[in-house]
Ligand binder design. Structure first.
Ligand SMILES: Nc1ncnc2c1ncn2[C@@H]1O[C@H](COP(=O)(O)OP(=O)(O)O)[C@@H](O)[C@H]1O
Ligand SMILES: [Mg+2]
Length: 510
């Protein structure tokens, strides 16, 4: 057994370890102490120097060395009197292959060794696996794949937080790829950077099962994919919550038109000239202008022209089609990259609202448990679940964060600014995938709402490299350090191992 250090002081959650000379302990590294019928895994969260020699003497010795009064500091035994100290906390205790929260201190002077693959064999693949990467000890990869319990994790929401460039999108590509052919879940992805389908690069369209299980809606669809068009008849007054602000009087007006004209409320409102019994001319003019501008609608001689993804004829079944695909466990990507932020939020709000009410109905009918779990992916999530928008009132996304799990609908909220999300919503996002976060305030927001105590992990989180993450979840026994694979390599290996099934030639040309 290779001893790398020894416990010399500290207390629960804050052990001091002396590093053995010529070993090199690393921030985030996992170490193990063995006991008679159990072993405990520790993680290093800080490193510092220790010395037996007084500070003044050290300064003088260094001065002599630097200024050339003697090359060698050999009169000290460097290994005995100066050394490195690591601070660590216990992560998990394993007794008979069962993981427990550590409740005892290791014995004084206990030896620590590096973690091995066998030490992690208690980690098992759950019934509904969701692959995220490999377990990691510091920056060293362990040959153990990490699968979360997808059914629980998806339905109880995920927060994915990191500074730009640390690998959020790469992680999501990996997650979506591995979830694509899993019948227990369906993914609805609102994609403002058009990066998950892969028009020009290897992404989800290259999945061996993409033909059956992937759908892509875009205002400019490549061959074989679908046009993103939304019929005006689909729009309802409540879809605008969170996307664009209307005063109470303006909302009343919209509901009045909706109640009177149903599917044609927008057309009627836009061409309406008259003052109504319950509303003033100014109000109708403002609402008209707002709607026309937002939806890019123009009017000439009572004829409406739609100039954007909203349409008078096309796109009447889009929400039904998407919900049907999700019911079949498919992944649906909506390319919103060409849309303005307000329209993008409106589109996500329309689809999500319809989906949510359908799943509420499934629950009422008692058919919910025959449906897959729906995972809704939101990039730049504070735009819809941030403090600022929610101050103006709840919207469908905040309702899902609060009660979606009852209806098997979960969010994957992606952000570089978790502090913009209200605390109570952060607390509802039960799995946090934390990647490198530079800003203290952002680390603080996530640490204070995590399922495990991560207070000592502040430095670890700040120093996470591209692709490195910590998963803290109510569904994991401890905060798991992982390394996400580089998506290109991961996908290529997957394709090599599971090539697309070649269809036998039938002689019929489609
Ligand atoms: N696990 C990883 N291994 C290697 N490179 C990675 C990894 N994750 C991300 N990268 C690279 O880092 C860059 C930024 O990653 P990206 O996922 O776009 O970050 P984010 O979405 O957080 O801004 C990309 O060029 C990507 O290829
Ligand atoms: Mg990104």
């Amino acid at each position: 057994m290779n001893i790398v250090g020894q416990i010399i002081a500290g207390g629960f959650g804050d052990l001091l370890i002396r590093q053995k000379s010529n070993e090199q302990l690393e921030l985030g590294e996992l170490l193990v102490t063995d006991d008679i019928n159990q072993y405990t895994i520790f993680q290093i969260y800080d490193l510092k120097y220790g010395s037996q020699i007084a500070k003044e003497s050290l300064e003088m010795m260094s001065g002599m060395n630097l200024e050339g009064y003697g090359e060698s500091l050999d009169f000290l035994d460097p290994n005995l009197r100066t050394y490195i100290l690591a601070r660590a906390r216990s992560v998990v205790t394993i007794r008979k292959t069962n993981a427990h929260t550590p409740k005892t201190l290791p014995s004084f002077f206990a030896h620590l060794r590096k973690i091995t693959k066998e030490d992690l064999s208690f980690i098992q693949k759950p019934a509904y696996p969701l692959y995220l990467g490999n377990i990691r000890s510091g920056s060293k990869l362990m040959p153990i794949d990490i699968f979360l319990d997808g059914q629980n994790v998806f339905s109880h929401h995920i927060l994915l937080a990191a500074t730009t460039g640390r690998g959020k999108s790469n992680l999501l590509k990996t997650l979506l790829w591995s979830a694509l052919d899993q019948p227990y879940c369906a993914n609805l992805v609102f994609d403002p950077h058009d990066e998950y389908y892969g028009r020009n690069e290897l992404v989800l369209k290259d999945h061996p099962k993409s033909r059956e299980l992937l759908e892509y809606y875009s205002p400019e669809p490549p061959a074989g994919t679908k046009t993103l068009k939304i019929n005006l008849s689909i729009l309802k007054p409540w879809h605008f919550e969170g996307a664009i602000e209307f005063s109470d009087a303006q909302k009343d007006l919209m509901y009045t038109f909706y109640n009177n004209f149903h599917l044609e409320w927008i057309e009627n409102l836009i061409i309406s000239q008259d003052e109504g019994e319950f509303y003033r001319k100014e109000t109708i003019n403002v609402v008209k202008r707002k709607l026309m501008r937002l939806l890019s609608i123009s009017v000439a001689e009572d004829e409406i022209t739609c100039n954007s993804i909203f349409d008078q004829t096309a796109g009447a079944t889009i929400t039904d089609d998407i919900i049907r695909s999700l019911d079949q466990s498919k992944t649906v990507i909506i390319d919103t990259s060409a849309l303005s932020s307000a329209i993008e939020i409106l589109v996500s709000s329309i689809i999500t609202t319809e989906l949510f009410s359908k799943y509420k109905k499934y629950r009422k009918d008692g058919t919910l448990n025959t449906k897959p779990i729906i995972n809704i992916v939101l990039e730049e999530a504070p735009r819809v679940i941030g403090k600022e928008v929610l101050q103006k009132g709840p919207n469908v996304f905040s309702s899902i964060a609060r009660e979606g799990r009852k209806f098997n609908i979960g969010l994957t909220a992606i952000t570089q600014l978790p502090s913009l999300i209200p605390k109570e919503i952060l607390a509802n996002l039960n799995t946090k995938i934390i990647m490198g976060i530079e800003m203290q305030q952002e680390r603080e927001a996530i640490i204070s709402s995590a399922a495990q105590d991560l207070t000592s992990d502040d430095r670890n989180i700040a120093s996470l490299d591209k692709g490195e993450a910590i998963i803290s979840s109510t569904f994991t026994k401890f905060a798991i350090p992982i390394k996400v694979p580089f998506f290109d390599d991961f996908a290529k290996t997957q394709i090599k191992n599971n090539p697309k099934e070649k269809k036998a030639f039938t002689g019929i040309k489609f």
